[in-house]
Write a protein that binds this ligand. Structure first.
Ligand code: DX5
Ligand code: ZN
Length: 242
């Protein structure tokens, strides 16, 4: 697979930005977005693999941050996000914080070029101050929920967020099976959310499960295994779009 930098006239790349970053909200609200999750990329040639995924039709890059506490795994920190932002300044970086203390990390990831920062509702008493703090840094703000967390946990905050992320696996690892039990609450969140809020499904999304995610109202699909474990990224992304 050959790799080259995305150009500014690529159909996936728009020009809206904030403080040198590209925001998730820069992408057309009507578009179904596919976010390759770099957790399954080749870390030894990360930037090249990300370019391949974007050139293959990925709209943005999903960056999973794990602290070994909120989830039983470790992954990436702000330095990797900053290195990717420097190598691929046009790429939108969708940072998913699976950490117990997200307030300590929003500024480092904002400085590292994140275009969206999502944290988990399970780790805060009130999500509002942190959602506001993320937006005040000029970054889109997202709120995530685990598979067993009810829709009611997110509903009070829908006016304060840009992204509602629904985990369709227990967070921590790529390559798990999609949990269809999250689909009814996904539809409930979509129905209650303002139009500008992206509904993002994360975990076990493949060509089959993508159909039910889209039917439930998702407009942002995250996929690690279903893209990076495939030989032909472009075909894999086309299949996700259905
Ligand atoms: C899991 C991560 C996901 C993961 C998805 O904790 O949040 O983003 O990378 O991997 P797949 O698509 O393989 O389920
Ligand atoms: Zn994720």
């Amino acid at each position: 697979m050959t790799a080259s930098r995305p150009t500014s006239d690529s159909p996936n790349l728009t020009t809206a930005s904030s403080g040198g970053r590209r925001l998730l909200s820069a992408l057309s609200a009507r578009q179904l977005l596919v976010a390759p999750s770099i957790l399954s990329a080749d870390f030894a040639r990360l930037a090249d693999d990300c370019v391949c995924a974007l050139e293959a039709g990925g709209d943005l890059l999903h960056v999973d941050v794990m602290d070994g506490h909120f989830v039983p795994n470790l992954s990436m920190g702000p330095a990797i996000c900053a290195a990717l932002h420097a190598a691929l300044p046009d790429a939108i970086l969708d940072v998913h914080l699976m950490v117990s203390n997200p307030h300590e990390y929003i500024e480092p990831f904002a400085k590292a070029g994140a275009g969206n920062i999502t944290f988990h509702v399970e780790v805060v008493d009130d999500a509002r101050p942190l959602l506001r703090a993320i937006r005040a840094l000029g970054v889109n703000a997202g709120l995530a929920m685990n598979p067993d967390t009810p829709a009611q946990a997110l509903l009070p905050y829908l006016d304060e967020m840009d992204v509602a992320l629904i985990m369709s696996v227990h967070p921590g690892f790529s390559g798990q099976k999609f949990l269809a039990s999250v689909l009814p609450k996904t539809a409930a969140i979509r129905a209650a959310a303002p139009a500008h809020v992206r509904v993002e499904m994360d975990g076990g999304v493949n060509a089959q499960s993508a159909k039910s995610c889209i039917a439930a109202g998702c407009d942002l699909l995250v996929a690690a295994t279903a893209i990076f474990a495939q030989k032909d990224y472009a075909a894999a992304i086309r299949e996700l779009r259905g």
